[in-house]
Design a protein around this ligand. Structure first.
Ligand code: 5GP
Ligand code: ZN
Length: 107
């Protein structure tokens, strides 16, 4: 499968990694839309949040826990954690990922 986020998770393509667990990788978005913009990607391929939540809830919990930890470390505590799902909602990479965005980075 030709999936950019599978390749980043496998270390085959470089990314600016922020944090990592056995199940999840967090890295800076290549085209940040906010002063803080980090992607949370499970190290298992599911297309979207709906498929991940039924297919591997343990990966979803791990992703949410790592995401909130990263958000608290990088921001002052105000942040968004979003999952674009489907083309019409703006999803462009079809390997599920959460966006952590914040306008208030920690100094
Ligand atoms: P989506 O539009 O699917 O919700 O989000 C995909 C995100 O992945 C976009 O914000 C885009 O900038 C980011 N992105 C796409 N390709 C790469 C890449 O190769 N490396 C990184 N770090 N981010 C990427
Ligand atoms: Zn993938």
């Amino acid at each position: 499968m030709d999936c950019i986020f599978c390749k980043i998770a496998a270390g085959e393509i470089a990314a600016k990694t922020v944090a990592e667990t056995a199940k999840t990788i967090a890295f800076w978005d290549i085209s940040p839309q906010q002063p803080v913009h980090v992607l949370l990607v499970p190290k298992i391929h599911y297309e979207n949040i709906a498929e991940l939540s039924t297919g591997s809830p343990e990966h979803l919990v791990d992703l949410m826990q790592l995401g909130t930890k990263v958000a608290e470390e990088l921001s002052t505590g105000s942040f968004r954690f979003t999952f674009n799902t489907g083309v019409e909602a703006g999803q462009s990479v079809f390997h599920v990922h959460g966006h952590i965005t914040s306008t208030t980075p920690k100094a």
